[in-house]
Design a protein. Structure first.
Length: 199
């Protein structure tokens, strides 16, 4: 494993052993991920990572670099081709830091304006309101709390993201949304592909 990634993991393990509150943990981990995104070896290694998504079919893959045996946090990557979009989605109960390693893209955030009762039900539709839209560049980190709704659109170049999550996704349901109709589709989310992270 790359030295910078090993250092990142050890520092995160120290934070998990010392801090219980997830919001505080992620506040401390965010600058560590910011530093990791600057690592030249990681940047060079990322040039060989495979693009294997088929978003038009709802199929998204994450490369799984590391899953902690004690604390269960993971380090992933998501690679997107030019002019590719993720579904409008949330990560269910997962906490996420999404860092852009290469490329630029547009990130749009939404909030639900349903009644509290509707949000807690198993309704098939949600009332969505766009709350922000901004262009992001290498080094940007998006802090995605549980059930935050968002979508990413790439531009003229591929985008490589490095993702820190508090747990592995793909084994529980999360929500994909139709931005026009609000229809909710339950999905297990990105398929996790173990990938050896070395230079």
């Amino acid at each position: 494993m790359l030295t910078a990634v090993e250092d990142f993991i050890q520092k995160v393990r120290e934070i998990y052993g010392r801090v219980d509150d997830m919001e505080e943990r992620f506040a401390e981990i965010r600058p560590l991920l910011q530093d990791l995104l600057k690592d030249e070896e990681l940047m060079e290694a990322s040039k060989a990572w495979p693009f294997r998504n088929e978003p038009e079919k709802g199929y998204i893959e994450n490369l799984l670099f590391y899953e902690d045996p004690d604390h269960k946090f993971v380090l992933n990557s998501l690679l997107k081709k030019p002019h590719e979009s993720t579904p409008v989605h949330d990560h269910a109960h997962t906490w996420t830091l999404y860092g852009v390693l290469r490329g630029t893209e547009k990130v749009i955030r939404f909030e639900r304006t349903d009644t509290p009762e509707a949000k807690d039900s198993d309704d098939e539709y949600a009332d969505l309101k766009k709350i922000s839209e901004h262009e992001v560049t290498p080094g940007y980190i998006d802090f995605v709390r549980p059930y935050d709704i968002h979508v990413e659109h790439t531009g003229e170049e591929p985008v490589v993201g490095v993702i820190f999550r508090d747990q592995r996704v793909g084994g529980f349901l999360q929500n994909y949304y139709d931005a026009d109709t609000g229809k909710i589709n339950k999905t297990k989310g990105p398929v996790q592909i173990p990938y050896e992270l070395d230079s």
